[in-house]
Design a binder for this molecule. Structure first.
Ligand code: MG
Length: 158
């Protein structure tokens, strides 16, 4: 077994969609980025790539490449799972935390877990997503951005 860690931040701005774990959340602000800026999915991908020491998503999907402009991060996650598979590993489990002051994310978490699990080709029971605020402290507390942390276990497939 190998463990990996991922961390990502995106800025909240007007006029962008808010997509977390592949779920579009109705909100007055959205995340800024080259792709769909799905900060949760990005942290999960970095955790998976970290587990097999294959760098990060910036290496795999460079933001200088126009192919990834507005990219669906779930589709990229599917590709990361395929990279692990090719390396002889399968996803054991993922645990992620989204740090956001607003909006309330709890109602959307079951759908995020479903979508992330489907993209990785694992059971929803292998995917945990949690959300927390930072008590109005720092950039997440001020609503300037959303952060996500993730850890993942990669297991050698037989
Ligand atoms: Mg990112």
């Amino acid at each position: 077994m190998r463990i990996g860690h991922g961390y990502d931040v995106h800025r909240l701005v007007a006029g962008r969609r808010l997509v977390l774990g592949g779920v579009e959340i109705p909100w007055e602000l959205g995340l800024l980025g080259h792709s769909d800026a799905d900060v949760l999915t990005h942290a999960v991908m970095d955790a998976l790539l970290g587990a097999v020491a294959l760098g990060d998503i910036g290496v795999l999907f460079p933001d200088t490449d126009s192919a990834y402009e507005g990219a669906d991060s779930l589709a990229l996650l599917k590709r990361v799972a395929a990279v692990l598979d090719k390396k002889g590993y399968k996803v054991g489990n993922v645990d992620a935390t989204v740090v956001a002051q607003r909006p309330k994310l709890a109602p959307y978490i079951p759908a995020m877990r479903e979508k992330l699990a489907a993209a990785m080709g694992v059971d929803v029971a292998q995917v945990s997503v949690k959300a927390t605020t930072e008590e109005c402290l720092g950039f997440t507390g001020a609503g300037e951005g959303i952060a996500a942390h993730a850890v993942a276990l990669a297991e050698k497939s037989m």
